[in-house]
Write a protein that binds this ligand. Structure first.
Ligand SMILES: NC(=O)c1ccc[n+]([C@@H]2O[C@H](COP(=O)([O-])OP(=O)(O)OC[C@H]3O[C@@H](n4cnc5c(N)ncnc54)[C@H](OP(=O)(O)O)[C@@H]3O)[C@@H](O)[C@H]2O)c1
Length: 222
């Protein structure tokens, strides 16, 4: 996503909980001709999130695009065997982390001429797809992960409605099943392919949609 946004002329700030890895990502992006920097941010750490927003305010004065990408998928057993602690741990990053970061960055997004928020969701969040026996991912039954992304979709709709008058568009993106650390690189689909939908949502024109969940082929049902 950072690479593609950079290629579109966006100055990218890589939020990373490991400052060395964030700096290395920014260095690579700059070596390719982009304009990138990194900011330290563990989304579960309120003080770090506040400090990151202050950093952005000091250095840039505003934020045009926020991509809430940080997410975890922990080892999960069957939904009937998953307890509250597991669910809480997943939500701490996938839900509360997104709320924390979005709240901290909203004042900066409001200063943009057309703010955009993209929440990295999943088709596994879709209650309607899970109700369809032909859903090809219907066997991925993770109580914590799937419901955390359903909650994220709900946040997306609420923020989209609330922030419409501020000109801020809020959408959720399903990148598809991609080869990343999260999936053990088990998919033939490259992360760059998965990045296309969120990048498109990050660069939406003023007449683009808000409050939806989108994938490669357009809207995905809730
Ligand atoms: N891969 C897929 O097939 C797929 C499908 C649907 C949706 N998604 C979603 O896409 C997003 C990216 O996933 P991915 O596949 O790229 O997974 P990934 O390879 O595991 O990357 C997740 C990223 O989130 C970061 N992160 C995790 N916890 C964090 C925290 N507390 N604070 C800051 N950063 C944190 C990780 O940082 P570190 O590098 O420090 O670990 C890592 O960079 C996630 O929201 C995921 O749920 C992925």
């Amino acid at each position: 996503m950072c690479r593609q946004l950079g290629q579109a002329g966006v100055r990218v700030l890589v939020g990373a909980r490991n400052p060395d890895r964030g700096a290395e990502a920014a260095r690579l992006l700059n070596a390719e001709g982009g304009e990138a920097a990194s900011v330290r941010m563990d989304v579960t750490d309120a003080a770090q999130v506040t400090a990151a927003a202050e950093d952005v305010a000091r250095s840039y004065g505003r934020l045009d695009i926020l991509v809430n990408n940080a997410g975890v998928l922990l080892p999960e057993s069957r939904p009937s065997e998953s307890g509250a602690e597991l669910v809480r741990q997943v939500y701490e990053t996938n839900v509360f982390g997104v709320v924390r970061v979005t709240q901290a960055m909203l004042p900066l997004l409001r200063k943009s001429a057309g703010g955009r928020i993209v929440n990295m969701s999943s088709s596994l969040a879709s209650l309607q797809l899970h109700g369809d026996p032909s859903f090809e991912l219907g066997d991925f039954l993770m109580l914590g992960y799937n419901s955390s992304k359903t909650a994220l979709n709900a946040l997306t709709v609420m923020w989209a409605k609330d922030l419409a008058e501020a000109g801020i568009k809020v959408n959720a993106a399903d990148p598809g099943y991609c080869a990343t650390a999260m999936t053990g690189y088990a998919s033939p689909r490259f992360a760059a392919e998965g990045a296309r939908t969120p990048v498109r949502l990050a660069l939406l024109p003023d007449d683009g949609p808000s409050g939806g969940l989108f994938g490669d082929n357009g809207p995905i049902p809730w």
